[in-house]
Design a protein around this ligand. Structure first.
Ligand code: TRP
Ligand code: ZN
Length: 888
C-alpha cells in the first residue's frame, strides 16, 4: 500500500480563541508554579452538625519570590485564629475567595483555625452531611470550603487527620491512609487519627463519620502485600454489597495483570452515600461513592446497574495510579487523569465482559452527547485553554473524548508499546503533578513513534467530518480510497488544522471474505494526517466493500456513499462486531433522513423491502450474539438524531422514527415473538455476560411486540412481572408497558411504587419511566411527582431521574412548541441555583444546545436563558453556560 496524493497544510499556525477575555476566566497559558510549597498538613476536626472546628497546621517553605505574600484559597469559612511559628499573626487580609498573608519568613509553621457549618451545606462540596453521616467532596476546588489552603493540584503534602465526634452517633471515623491512633474523649466523644504516607493534593483528601454496616474482605497483591478491603454502607444494606466487593477485587487483579500496577496502602475503603453530585470520588485509600454505584442485588438492580458498578468501582480504583500517585499539574490537565482512567475502566469492562457491547455503549455516549457538546456553546478541547468554573469541565469531552484520544494512541502504538509507554510514564512521574504533554512524551519516547501532529487532539475542539470516496482500477487491480477531513469552526475556536486520524480499515470481497492486506493481516491502520489523502491497495481483484473506522478507531463522523446492498454486506460479513452494528445504524439513519425528506416533500413515509430484509436477517440469525442483535435494534435516539440534520424538525424526526420502528415491529412480529420465548432463562439470576445478553434480547423483543400486538404484550408483561426473579426483567416489562402504552401500565406502575417506595434508588427507575412517558400530560405529572413520598428535591439522583430524564430523553415534549418544557427546566434551575449549582449546571445542557432548531424554539430557549441571567446571585456554574449560549 502506498500513498499517492496529499494536500499539505501550514502546520505551525496557532489555534485561535474566539472568546474575548473575561475577567472571571482563567487561562492555561497563565500557569505559574507556586512560590510556596507545603510539606505537611496536620488536620484536626471537631465534628458538630452546625459548628465544626477545623485546625490546620501546615509546614510551609518559600521556593521563589522573596517577600512575596502568600494567598490561600478559602470560601464559606469563619476564621477563628492564625499563628505563625506559634505566635499570633496579624499580617493578613481577608479578600474575595481567600486570605492573603504577608511579611512571612522563608520557612514557617502556619496554624489556622476555622469554623464551618456542614449541615447548611447543600452544594455537597467540602464537608457536608449526607443523611446522618458526615462526608467530604473536595475535587475540584472543595477543600477551600474546609480550611484556608493552597488548594491547587500541584501542591503535594503529607496529610494527617484527627477526627473527634460523638461516639454513639459516629462510631466510624475515617480518613485517608492508615489508622495510627484512637481513643475515648469526654462527653461521649471519641477520636481517631489517620496518617497518609503518600504526599497528595488537597482534592484527594477525604473524611467520613457515621454509623455503617461494613463488609470486609482482603486482597493479596502479586508481590504478597496484604490489603484489608472495607466497604461501608447505610445500616441494613449489607445484602447489596457483594457485587461491588467482587468488582473491587477484580479491578485490583486486572490492574496488576494488564498494567502491572499494584496497590500501595494496607487498607482500601469505600463508603456509599446517598447525597452525591457525581458518580464517585477516588480519594486516596478512601473512595466515596454515590450509593447508586455500590448497592445491588438481583431484586433491586438491573444488569445495567451491575455493569455500571463494575465500571465505576474499577474507575476509582484505577485512579490510584492514574490520578493519585501521578496527578495533574493544574485543572486544565484534567483529561490526563480522567481520559486515561476512563480508557482503563473501559478496557477493564471489555476484558471482563463483552468487548463489542462495551464499545457500542461507549460510542453511543460519544454520538449522543459528546458530538453535541462539541457542536454547542460549551465546545472545548480535551485540554481546555480557559475555564470560568472548573466544575463545568467534568464533561463528556474531557472524560469520553479524552478516553478516545488515549484509545487512538493505543491503536497507533499497539498494546505492547502502549504498555511500555505507561511503564515509562509511571517510572518518570510517580509522586509528581504533571501535564498531558508529559504523558505524550513518555508514549513517544517508549515507542519511538512521532506524535507531534497527534498532539493537536489535546488543543483542538470539534468533531472532524470525514468524507470518503474510492476507485477501483480493474486493469491494474488497484483500489484507491480517499479521505477528506473537514474540521469546522466551533464556538471556542475559529481556525482548525488537520488532525492525525487513525483509520482502521478492512476490505470485503463479494463473498464477504476480508481481503489480505499484507503481513497476513486483513485489517490495517492508516494514518490520515492531511486534509485530503489517498491510499492505494494493490493486488485487489474486485471492487471491495470498505469497512472503515473499525471499532470507531477515531472520534469522528464519517461518510461514504454506501448503497443499501453494501450496508447489508457489512451487516452480514464485517469481522468487527462493532462495524456490523454500525452498518445497521447507518442503514437506519439513512432511512430516517430519507423519510423526513419524503414528508417534507409532501409524500408518504416509505421503506424499501431490502431495509426490512436486512433487519430480518439480523433478528433471525441464530449464530449472532444475542446482545449484538438487541443492540442492532436499539436505534439512535430522537436527541441523537438531531445531529443528522442541517435543519431540525422535532415533530417530523419523532414521527419518522416511530414509523420505521413500528414498521419493523409489524414486519418482524413473528420473529420477535419467537425470540422472546427462546431467550427466557430458567436458572437463577446471575449478572453473567451471557445471561445479560439473553435478557437484553428478550426484553428488546418485548418492546417491539408492545408496538405491534398490545394484547399479547399486555399478557406477557403481566406474566413477566409475576415470574421475574430480578429487576432487569421487572423493569423491562415496565418499559414495554410504558412505550406501548399498554392497558396494564397504571396498575403495574402502582404496584411497583407500593413495593419499592422506601428505596430511593429503585424509585429512580420509576421516576425515569414517568418522565419519559410520551404523553401530553407528562409535565403536569412530573410537577405532581415532586410531592411523591419517595421524592426529595435535594437528592441529585432523584432530580436526575425525574428532571434529567425528561429534558434529555423526552425531547419531543421538552421541545414542545409552546415552550412549556423550557420554562419548566428554567423554573427548576432557578430553584437549584443557590442550593446546588453543580447539579443545576449539569441539567441545563439541553437548553443551551440549540442544535439547528427552528427560529421559534431558539427564541423561546433564549428567553428562558435571559430569565436566568436576571436572577440575583446567579452561580458562576450557570453564568458560564448561559452567557456562552447567548453569545452565539
Ligand atoms: N474524579 C471523579 C471521578 O471521575 C469525579 C468527581 C467526583 C467530581 N465528584 C466530583 C468532579 C465533584 C467534580 C465535582 O471519578
Ligand atoms: Zn475519574
Amino acid at each position: 500500500m502506498t500513498q499517492i496524493s496529499s494536500i499539505d497544510e501550514n502546520v505551525e499556525e496557532s489555534i485561535e480563541q474566539n472568546i474575548e477575555k473575561n475577567p472571571q476566566e482563567k487561562y492555561l497559558a497563565d500557569y505559574k508554579a507556586s512560590a510556596f510549597l507545603i510539606d505537611s498538613l496536620d488536620l484536626d476536626f471537631d465534628l458538630y452538625d452546625e459548628h465544626t472546628i477545623v485546625k490546620a497546621r501546615s509546614v510551609i517553605r518559600r521556593v521563589a519570590g522573596k517577600n512575596s505574600p502568600l494567598f490561600l484559597f478559602g470560601e464559606h469559612l469563619t476564621l477563628r485564629s492564625i499563628t505563625v511559628d506559634g505566635n499570633d499573626f496579624a499580617h493578613y487580609k481577608l479578600v474575595e475567595g481567600g486570605i492573603e498573608l504577608s511579611e512571612l519568613p522563608d520557612n514557617f509553621i502556619l496554624d489556622i483555625e476555622t469554623e464551618i457549618n456542614p449541615l447548611a451545606n447543600k452544594a455537597f462540596e467540602g464537608l457536608y452531611k449526607s443523611g446522618e453521616a458526615f462526608c467530604t467532596q473536595c475535587e475540584a476546588e472543595g477543600f477551600r470550603r474546609i480550611t484556608y489552603y493552597l488548594d491547587r493540584p500541584d501542591i503535594l503534602a503529607k496529610f494527617s487527620t484527627t477526627i473527634s465526634a460523638d461516639k454513639a452517633l459516629y462510631p466510624s471515623l475515617l480518613s485517608n491512609g492508615n489508622r495510627v491512633d484512637q481513643g475515648d474523649l469526654d462527653n461521649g466523644r471519641h477520636f481517631v487519627k489517620w496518617v497518609d504516607p503518600f504526599p497528595k493534593p488537597a482534592y484527594l483528601f477525604a473524611l467520613v463519620a457515621g454509623e455503617f454496616d461494613c463488609l470486609t474482605d482482603s486482597f493479596t497483591t502479586k508481590s504478597g502485600r496484604h490489603v484489608a478491603l472495607e466497604l461501608f454502607v447505610d445500616k441494613g444494606n449489607l445484602d447489596k454489597t457483594a457485587h461491588a466487593m467482587l468488582a473491587l477485587k477484580n479491578s485490583m487483579k486486572w490492574d496488576e495483570e494488564r498494567f502491572n500496577l499494584e496497590y500501595d496502602l494496607d487498607i482500601y475503603m469505600i463508603v456509599a452515600v446517598d447525597f452525591f453530585n457525581m458518580g464517585a470520588m477516588e480519594n486516596k485509600g478512601l473512595n466515596i461513592f454515590n450509593s447508586k454505584f455500590v448497592l445491588a442485588n438481583s431484586q433491586s438492580a438491573t444488569d445495567q446497574d451491575y455493569l455500571g458498578i463494575e465500571a465505576v468501582i474499577g474507575h476509582e480504583y484505577f485512579h490510584n495510579w492514574t490520578g493519585n500517585r501521578i496527578t495533574c499539574r493544574d485543572w486544565f490537565q484534567l483529561s490526563l487523569k480522567e481520559g486515561l482512567t476512563v480508557f482503563r475502566d473501559q478496557e477493564f469492562s471489555s476484558d471482563m465482559g463483552s468487548r463489542s457491547s462495551n464499545r457500542i455503549a461507549n460510542v453511543k455516549i460519544m454520538r449522543n452527547h459528546q458530538f453535541a457538546e462539541d457542536a454547542g456553546p460549551m465546545s472545548h478541547p480535551i485540554r481546555p485553554a480557559s475555564v470560568i468554573e472548573m466544575n463545568n469541565f467534568y464533561t463528556v469531552t474531557v472524560y469520553n473524548k479524552g478516553s478516545e484520544v488515549i484509545r487512538m494512541l493505543h491503536t497507533l502504538l499497539g498494546e505492547e508499546k502502549f504498555q511500555q509507554g505507561m511503564a515509562l510514564y509511571v517510572e518518570r512521574h510517580d509522586g509528581q503533578a504533571v501535564t498531558c504533554d508529559d504523558f505524550v512524551a513518555a508514549m513517544t519516547d517508549a515507542s519511538g513513534i512521532d506524535l507531534t501532529l497527534f498532539k493537536r487532539w489535546y488543543s483542538q475542539s470539534g468533531t472532524p467530518q470525514i468524507s470518503i470516496t474510492d476507485h477501483f482500477d480493474a486493469n491494474s487491480n488497484s483500489y484507491q480510497i480517499t479521505f477528506k477531513q473537514k474540521n469546522r469552526s466551533t464556538a471556542d475556536q475559529k481556525n482548525k488544522l488537520p488532525l492525525h486520524i487513525p483509520v482502521d480499515i478492512e476490505l470485503l470481497d463479494k463473498a464477504g471474505k476480508a481481503i489480505e492486506l499484507g503481513h497476513g493481516q486483513t485489517n490495517k491502520v492508516l494514518s490520515l494526517t492531511q486534509k485530503e489523502q489517498t491510499f492505494v491497495f494493490e493486488n485487489v481483484a474486485e471492487h471491495p466493500v470498505p469497512c472503515v473506522f473499525r471499532s470507531l478507531s477515531a472520534p469522528v463522523k464519517y461518510q461514504y456513499a454506501y448503497s443499501d446492498e453494501q450496508l447489508l454486506h457489512l451487516i452480514s460479513f464485517a469481522s468487527d462486531e462493532f462495524s456490523r452494528w454500525d452498518a445497521g445504524q447507518m442503514l437506519f439513519n439513512k432511512y430516517l433522513v430519507n423519510n423526513v425528506q419524503l414528508k417534507q416533500a409532501g409524500k408518504a413515509f416509505a421503506l424499501p423491502t431490502l431495509f426490512v430484509d436486512a433487519f430480518n436477517s439480523v433478528l433471525s440469525n441464530e449464530s449472532l450474539d444475542s446482545a449484538l442483535i438487541a443492540d442492532m435494534f436499539d436505534f439512535i435516539s430522537e436527541n441523537g438524531a438531531m445531529e443528522l440534520f442541517e435543519r431540525v424538525d422535532i415533530e417530523l424526526i419523532h414521527d419518522a422514527r416511530e414509523f420505521i420502528v413500528n414498521a419493523l415491529a409489524t414486519a418482524l412480529y413473528p420473529v420477535f415473538v419467537r425470540r422472546y420465548h427462546q431467550h427466557q432463562l430458567s436458572a437463577q439470576y446471575q449478572p453473567a455476560t451471557d445471561d445479560i445478553a439473553q435478557r437484553k434480547l428478550a426484553n428488546c423483543a418485548l418492546l417491539y411486540i408492545a408496538k405491534s400486538d398490545q394484547t399479547l404484550a399486555n399478557e406477557l408483561v403481566i406474566k413477566q412481572i409475576e415470574t421475574a426473579d430480578n429487576m432487569t426483567d421487572h423493569l423491562g416489562a415496565l418499559q414495554a408497558a410504558n412505550s406501548g402504552k399498554l392497558a396494564c401500565y397504571d396498575v403495574v406502575m402502582n404496584d411497583f411504587d407500593n413495593k419499592w417506595f422506601e428505596n430511593g434508588l429503585v424509585m429512580d427507575k420509576w421516576f425515569a419511566l414517568q418522565a419519559s412517558l410520551s404523553s401530553d400530560s407528562v409535565l403536569d405529572n412530573i410537577e405532581q411527582l415532586f410531592n411523591h413520598r419517595s421524592f426529595d428535591y435535594s437528592n441529585p439522583n432523584r432530580l436526575r431521574a425525574l428532571v434529567g430524564t425528561f429534558v434529555n430523553a423526552n425531547s419531543y415534549y421538552f421541545h414542545a412548541i409552546d415552550g412549556s418544557g423550557y420554562q419548566f427546566l428554567t423554573d427548576q434551575l432557578i430553584k437549584l441555583n443557590s442550593q446546588n449549582p453543580q447539579v443545576a449546571a449539569r441539567l441545563i445542557t439541553p437548553l443551551i444546545q440549540f442544535k439547528r432548531l427552528d427560529a421559534k424554539r431558539i427564541e423561546l430557549m433564549k428567553a428562558q436563558l435571559n430569565r436566568l441571567l436576571e436572577i440575583e446571585n446567579l452561580s458562576l456554574d450557570l453564568y458560564e453556560k448561559v452567557t456562552k449560549a447567548l453569545s452565539l
